[in-house]
Design a protein around this ligand. Structure first.
Ligand SMILES: Cc1cc2nc3c(=O)[nH]c(=O)nc-3n(C[C@H](O)[C@H](O)[C@H](O)COP(=O)(O)O)c2cc1C
Length: 183
């Protein structure tokens, strides 16, 4: 994993890929799958994440206030679904799904080595967690693996079907009001 500029984290999340969320709580590393998320702010990067009380990860996030958002490639599709269909309450998902936890820099939750990118996050606001299971996460460090062969992301259609990242339409010339976002 190489350093990825924090001020560009929105470019990882704005396309809304399905993501994995790791936590570390009471000596245990865990992973869950998350489709409900959104960018909230460019700098510092804030990400809204819906993590429900039915998830073991909810307890972990509430207690530790730290997590990593890992962005899987299309080659990890089956694992992404299976990770979201079992609980860290009962099993070690890193072991079961043969994913490699790597030490993060600012949080105890691990990076996932096999992913395209990893975003280390701290909970900035959980006032809406009880009502909407909504956590506002602040990205504090980001990593990307540009050498990974499969760079296409997965996009959940909400029913177990996924679209794989496809053609890029380059409309940068039309971003006349938002020149600072274009490079
Ligand atoms: C495609 C997919 C998307 C999901 N999106 C979310 C989500 O956005 N928020 C959430 O709380 N659970 C979501 N889930 C469910 C959790 O991943 C699931 O409850 C998981 O078992 C939680 O793991 P844990 O108990 O180890 O934390 C999703 C599951 C799948 C398969």
């Amino acid at each position: 994993m190489r350093n990825y500029p924090l001020e560009k984290v929105y470019r990882l999340m704005e396309p809304s890929p399905i993501v994995l969320v790791t936590t570390f709580h009471r000596g245990k590393q865990n992973i869950m799958t998350m489709g409900f998320h959104m960018m909230v702010q460019h700098t510092p990067p804030l990400i809204g994440a819906v993590i429900g009380p039915w998830d073991y990860s909810y307890k972990a996030l509430k207690a530790t206030r730290e997590c990593v958002i890992a962005i899987p490639g299309a080659d990890l599709a089956e694992k992404v679904v299976d990770i979201g269909n079992c609980s860290g309450d009962d099993i070690d998902k890193f072991g079961k799904f043969r994913l490699t936890p790597t030490e993060a820099q600012h949080v105890k939750a691990p990076l996932i080595e096999q992913c395209i990118a990893n975003i280390e996050c701290k909970v900035a606001d959980m006032r809406l967690a009880n009502r909407y299971s909504l956590f506002i996460l602040k990205a504090v460090k980001a990593w990307a693996n540009p050498d990974r062969k499969e760079q296409r992301t997965l996009h959940h259609q909400g029913n177990g079907t996924f679209k794989v990242d496809g053609r890029t339409i380059d409309l940068r010339k039309r971003m006349v009001k938002w020149r600072e976002l274009v490079d």
